[in-house]
Design a binder for this molecule. Structure first.
Ligand SMILES: N[C@@H](CCC(=O)N[C@@H](CS)C(=O)NCC(=O)O)C(=O)O
Length: 219
């Protein structure tokens, strides 16, 4: 069977999200690097894959997809087995809870984290000064999300329930970068969240993608 293709560098969080799903299900895949330095992501070839000129894009035969969470859902559905059912397909209640917490990750957790990352890492790399006001507001937003997570994870082992799901995995790429920033200490007040993250980061699939991300960064 031809391996599926993921277009985009592993160091990008949205690409890493898709790769961790492919690793969890043990699918064969090929990474096709898209060179941002020469604006390959805005080339006609790549715009045909992702009309927003972003990564990731994903190809499985004639099927072309974009949007990392939609791709992740496709991968987990296509390669689902009785043992690896990370969308909880077959149970409307559990799969609805996976959707709820995946939305929380996409709409609350990720924006707060990526705003800190943008100010702390991207703005200086572009020659600017980080806006400490924006960082402070974003860390405050993150704290509010973590309050909710701490309460939820005190009742359940994982976010959607007592089972691992895409909702958990989807948190790893942004968190991986956040933990290397000085603001990581915000997590110290959330012992259950820390335990949950330790559990996630010990997974072979996440360890594998983290090693690819580190390699991608070191060039
Ligand atoms: N919601 C999209 C976001 C994709 C995205 O923002 N990708 C970034 C890299 S992580 C990108 O390609 N940025 C380049 C640009 O927007 O021009 C997803 O989940 O795939």
């Amino acid at each position: 069977m031809t391996p599926v293709k993921v277009f985009g560098s592993v160091a990008f969080t949205n690409v890493a999200r898709v790769l961790v799903c492919l690793e969890e299900v043990g699918a064969d895949y090929e990474i096709v690097d898209i060179d941002f330095h020469v604006k390959e992501h805005k080339s006609p070839e790549h715009l045909a894959r992702n009309p927003f000129g972003q990564v990731p894009a994903f190809q499985d035969g004639d099927l072309m997809l974009f949007q990392s969470r939609a791709i992740s859902r496709y991968v987990l559905s296509k390669y689902r087995t009785d043992e690896v059912n990370l969308l909880r397909e077959g149970s409307p209640e559990e799969s609805a809870l996976v959707d709820v917490w995946l939305d929380v990750e996409a709409l609350q957790y990720d924006p707060a984290m990526s705003s800190v990352f943008f100010q702390h890492r991207v703005v200086p790399a572009l020659g600017g000064m980080p806006d400490e006001g924006i960082i402070g507001e974003s860390v405050e937003k993150l704290r509010k999300v973590l309050d909710v997570y701490e309460a939820r994870l005190t009742k359940h082992r994982y976010l959607a329930g007592d089972f691992l799901s895409l909702a958990d995995l989807s948190h790893f790429p942004e968190t991986y970068y956040f933990m290397e920033m000085p603001y990581a200490a915000v997590f110290d007040s959330y012992p259950r969240v820390r335990e949950w993250l330790e559990d996630l980061f010990a997974r072979p699939a996440i360890k594998k993608v983290v090693s690819l991300m580190a390699k991608d960064f070191s060039g």
